[in-house]
Ligand binder design. Sequence first.
Ligand code: ZN
Length: 228
Amino acid sequence: MSTEPKKGFTLVEMLVVISIIVMLAGMILPVLSKARRKGVETECKSNLKQFGSALELAKTDNNERLPGRLTNLYPSYCDNKELFICPADITNGKEGGKPDSDEKKDWESDGDETIEKGLKINSSYFYEFSEVECKWNFEFVGSAEEITGDPDGKPTWNQVKYYQLRHGDDWSRDIEHFFYPEDRFPVVRCFWHVFNTNVQRDKIIKNLAFSGRVFESPTKWEDGAFNN
Ligand SMILES: [Zn+2]
């Protein structure tokens, strides 16, 4: 008696195979996406570290002052345009450095160098020391005259931030520190990781500190920078 050799799979066998594949994918995909997220974060932190070194070099050529724009580092102090793009930034630097919030409009007009006309390259990063006028309420830091040395002076973000770093502000005077430590005072910030992770949004801004240290903080760094 001859038996027909079995051809192909039965429906039940196919379903078993498919369900095993689905189960394995369910186990592997979260691991892969977590690994990818870690890779993206590592690359962003590496960009921030490199900005730290480039800014140090720029300072020595600029009377120990930080440059007026982060993108001024290109090409003399940093000849790689890729460095200005965080891999978590889905717009490749076109949206600028403060993409995540309803405050966007304010930040664009006040401090975001990437929105200004005449920009040479795109950037995903927010620069705190921009040489643009600070239209923010800086009175809690000091008077315009204290900050600029001119009774009619209009402080730039660069001036306000240096003043805040050296003299503190109403907020830092209220707590135990009179002024801000250089290793917790952000110079460059990345806001793009809020789109890239489901961890608590408040804890994931990546910062390059004035001292060159890279650290994470809440959006309002003054609230949490003292804790890590
Ligand atoms: Zn980033």
